[in-house]
Design a protein around this ligand. Sequence first.
Ligand SMILES: Cc1cc2nc3c(=O)[nH]c(=O)nc-3n(C[C@H](O)[C@H](O)[C@H](O)COP(=O)(O)OP(=O)(O)OC[C@H]3O[C@@H](n4cnc5c(N)ncnc54)[C@H](O)[C@@H]3O)c2cc1C
Length: 438
Amino acid sequence: MTVDAAILHPDFKPDPYWWDAAPPETTPAGEDLPKEADVVVIGSGYCGLNAAAEFGRYGRRVVLLDAGPLGIGASTRNTGGVTGGQKILLAGPTRDISAERLALMLRDSIASFDYVTSLIEGERLDAGFERCGRFLAAYCDRHHERLIRLGNLLRQHTGVTVRDLGREQLGAVIATDFYCGGILVEDYGSLHPGLYHRALRNRARRHGAELFSHAEVVELVREGPRHRIRTPRGDIRARNVVLATNGYTTGAFSWFRRKLIPVASYHIATEELPRETIQRLLPGGRMVSDSQRNLIAMRPSTDGRRIIFGARPAAFDRDEGVAAGLIHQTMCAIWPELRDVRVTHCWRGTVAMTFDRKPHIGERDGVLYALGCNASGVAMMSYLGREIARRAMGIQERPSAFEMSQFPEKAWYTGSPWFIPWVTAWYNIKDGFDRRLG
Ligand SMILES: Cc1cc2nc3c(=O)[nH]c(=O)nc-3n(C[C@H](O)[C@H](O)[C@H](O)COP(=O)(O)OP(=O)(O)OC[C@H]3O[C@@H](n4cnc5c(N)ncnc54)[C@H](O)[C@@H]3O)c2cc1C
């Protein structure tokens, strides 16, 4: 597929648009790491920061370490959709679990949504949060029927307001005839991922957490009830360790890596457009994602001047310049009028899928973990970060539905996801068939 280089704006950056307002943070290189702490949190995404703040709130000395700048992972690269349970149902992990377990998972999913929204609204965090609603667009009639069933379950288990929109009502949420309808979850929201991350860093520090960038944990050594956390900048000893590395989990944690499948996803931001254009293309400023297996996501930027558009552009990973062109083509299939609109940013981020498509929280050999966002973690990984801290301190309200006896792995998988291009291609074929069959 050829890509028209003219669609790249002269100021094109291969970085997240969100970083223009709130870039990842580098802490002073000369700072010594503490030698001792009550808790070391590994990973500076939403999960790690929420865990660190919670430990700090309860008076623990907590040190958070990241291999790169603070916020270099998925937490400043995502679409910013704030949801509560739709992924658990949509991703299809429901077949192998009982109705009771599913109900508990959905209860905890909506708890994650309530946690994040009350955190942002209650503490007035500057996160660009809006209760704008989320439209799940149907790629074909059969997908629409499935979405309606999903909407009924969501309504029943999580109490959200769901509206079914037929093809003729599509114009209320998106100006395209690419989809055949869908469901609108009125309650869900959106935020600015970079601003939310910065607000969480500030909050963790307000609660006393010490945050360090460029401090990669290269080994964990168990020393009786304590851990020695090894980094190139020195060792730290701590009673508790929390692993919050999700799609960026390194070989130092091979037991976990064998259970996590890192998958890259890409976004573009368009140049600024007239507000009226954005309001016409996405009336009501909703978050939109579709029902394809390789899903497409879109939204207005928080200032309402750009389209943010996400997709997996090709089976194999591409550099951002090429990916920008491919995603632009997909965007134009939905809105042909954007043909000459240029792209200012294109970036990729990595999520962690799991073999059972559920997030996992728990403890292994004394290491606490919250991992496996399965591409939906703005609310969930924030919540699980807090939950893992509360679990460690013995103050959880109830056991998490995502603490399960099994964290599945496959004998043939060691942490290198060689099969993703083939799965992506297969999903494209299946989506194509679905579309043709209607
Ligand atoms: C393109 C994209 C779009 C998405 N859109 C949405 C959305 O709209 N809604 C939604 O709910 N979710 C979305 N997600 C998912 C969401 O962004 C993630 O679930 C969430 O950010 C994960 O947070 P985290 O804290 O678990 O991990 P991350 O934010 O990925 O942080 C992990 C951190 O661990 C660090 N690390 C790794 N190894 C080490 C080590 N050895 N030592 C020290 N540090 C280490 C990394 O450097 C990284 O900073 C999206 C994700 C992507 C990539």
